[in-house]
Design a protein around this ligand. Structure first.
Ligand code: SF4
Ligand code: SF4
Length: 103
């Protein structure tokens, strides 16, 4: 089976447009649980820039990590990047989480 016109259009889309093609079925609880104390002491806050879906944001005001787990792509990059290895990372349970249209 060759590459179709639709396949080609998908390949050349930018990341924002690709994210729009995904379907999410978020759980009521987060599957991403960072250790709050470690996050406070974390110098790099690597999760806030490694995540392609911008799930993590450091709040200076609250002095805590905001986790928008509903947008998670389940790629696992944050788990590897966390310098304290203090991210309790699980796949969302059952049929919850992200569904990829193109495989
Ligand atoms: S990289 Fe790990 S320790 Fe640092 S802010 Fe992110 S989750 Fe917390
Ligand atoms: S698994 Fe991937 S998409 Fe989900 S929060 Fe971590 S880096 Fe972001």
């Amino acid at each position: 089976m060759g590459i179709t016109q639709i396949d080609m259009e998908y390949f050349i889309m930018n990341i924002d447009k690709k994210l729009f093609t995904l379907k999410y079925s978020p759980d009521i609880q987060s599957h991403l649980k960072p250790n709050k104390k470690d996050c406070k002491n974390c110098k790099t806050k690597a999760c806030t820039f490694i995540c392609p879906a911008q799930v993590y944001e450091w709040s200076e005001e609250k002095q805590e990590l905001i986790v928008r787990y509903e947008n998670c792509l389940e790629c696992g990059a944050c788990r590897i990047a966390c310098e304290h290895k203090s991210l309790d990372w699980k796949y969302p349970k059952g049929t919850k989480g992200v569904t990829f249209k193109q495989g």
